[in-house]
Design a protein around this ligand. Structure first.
Ligand code: AMP
Ligand code: GLY
Length: 425
């Protein structure tokens, strides 16, 4: 069959790598792809937001199945457009993707269907939001509604910080229209985890749990990023907690959406806080996590094409999804200056040697210039190692990482260490 993959980051490289392993795939295209993805797919230069051009390409090239990576095409209605053209696509419809696209929508669904999450209130008026914050007290969390590239969240430890955040979002419009509606919510204390699930709108199958390292520096210091590393499985999500999240979060949200007349198909990502009172939802994403995908898919034993087809066709219950009993660690190599202003166009060396050490190198922000792979984004590469234990995977990944070099390269040295510092182990 012919597959079209949408996106061009580390998540899509991992998806492409896994999809390409399926004996069913005779040809894969990726729009727009990246230099790493060219090893397994033909990259085509079409904008991920250009529904018309993507639909036209898929019809012309007789694409059997399209897999959508990033949130933007989902909230932009790409899957609806493909469905109208009678093209099969993996990913939620525009309405279903509101679970990620609108925090207020997600909160309403969670409250209505009794899904454990932080108590919250939504505001369109800054003064009302500030009055509520003063009444609740700090610590408290302020979130801009809508997509703000992960930057529209302020975890305020003081009242002053919270009020400043409201002013920034609602009065100064720091995130544009995403600040027209602001959600103020209870501060949750605990350890975070990401649990992704496959769903066809009825059946929900959780994947292995992962943890994402969002801060730029070791020991969770410095500003938030798109994710500096990840590992799986995350021991904070015990088999019991995973089952509890399936029963109390994932299944009820998919059932609740269906009751609202919305069939959610694709990958549902629950960002969780494992609190003393049990797991609570921080956010939903309507897609695979990045970088979580770079550790979850290497542990997937089952053919990914079979799974995504079953999700799109509505027969996920017929598939037996199996995981390897191994561990995976991914360390993100970022450009100097990231998450602030960073340099582009620096030559990258050592990619082949890192792979020769047994690591997988997923491209996130790279480009080709005069036949040489160069840096192009803030998060440049994701280096993943798989081993029979987490300790061995960590050792393996940190042997491979220094083999790669580019000007200003920075990475965290403590990915997965949280799993070793647990006092219940
Ligand atoms: P979000 O974009 O909603 O995932 O939020 C970004 C980050 O802010 C999360 O990964 C958490 O670390 C933190 N965060 C969000 N909501 C809360 C909350 N209610 N309590 C504590 N931390 C939170
Ligand atoms: N790793 C966070 C995300 O994918 O949103």
């Amino acid at each position: 069959m012919k597959i079209l993959l949408i996106g061009g980051g580390g998540r899509e490289h991992a998806l492409a790598w896994k999809l390409a392993q399926s004996p069913k795939v005779e040809k894969m295209y990726c729009a727009p792809g990246n230099p790493g993805i060219t090893a397994v797919a033909e990259c085509v230069d079409i904008e991920i937001t250009d529904n018309e051009a993507l639909g036209k390409f898929a019809l012309e090239h007789k694409i059997d199945l399209t897999v959508v990576g990033p949130e933007l095409p989902l909230t932009n209605g790409l899957v609806d457009h493909f469905t109208a053209l009678n093209l099969k696509a993996f990913g939620p419809s525009q309405k279903a993707a509101q679970l990620e696209g609108s925090k207020a929508f997600a909160k309403d669904i969670m409250h209505k269907y009794h899904i454990p999450t932080a108590a919250s209130a939504a505001f369109t008026d800054a003064d009302c939001a500030i009055a509520y914050i003063k009444q609740q007290g700090a610590p408290i969390v302020v979130k801009a509604d809508g997509l703000a590239a992960g930057k529209g969240v302020v975890v305020a430890m003081t009242l002053e910080e919270a009020i400043d955040a409201v002013t920034l979002m609602m009065k100064d419009k720091a995130f544009g229209s995403a600040g027209n509606l602001v959600v103020v919510e209870e501060y949750l204390e605990g350890e975070e985890a990401s649990l992704l699930a496959f769903t066809d709108g009825i059946t929900v199958v959780p994947m292995v749990a992962a943890q994402d390292y969002k801060r730029i520096f070791d020991n969770d210091q410095g500003p938030n990023t798109g994710g500096m590393g990840t590992y799986a499985p995350a021991p904070v999500v015990t088999p019991e907690i995973r089952e509890q999240v399936r029963r109390e979060v994932l299944q009820p949200v998919i059932d609740g959406m269906r009751q609202e007349g919305i069939i959610y198909k694709g990958c549902l990502y629950a960002g969780l806080m494992i609190t003393a009172q049990g797991p609570k939802v921080i956010e939903f994403n309507a897609r695979f996590g990045d970088p979580e995908t770079q550790v979850v898919l290497p542990l997937l034993h089952t053919d990914l094409v079979d799974i995504v087809e079953a999700c799109a066709n509505g027969n996920l219950a017929d598939i037996n999804i199996e995981w390897d009993n191994k561990a995976a660690v991914c360390v993100v190599l970022a450009a100097g200056g990231y998450p602030g202003i960073y340099h582009k166009g620096d030559a990258i060396t050592g990619l082949d040697n890192a792979e020769a050490q047994g690591a997988m190198v997923f491209h996130a922000g790279t480009a080709t210039k005069n036949g040489q792979i160069v840096t192009q984004g803030g998060r440049v590469l994701g280096v993943t190692a798989v081993a029979d234990s987490l300790r061995n995977a960590v050792d393996k990944v940190y042997q491979a990482v220094p083999v790669i070099a580019f000007d200003g390269m920075q990475y965290r040295k403590d990915i997965a260490h949280r799993a070793f510092n647990r006092n219940d182990k």
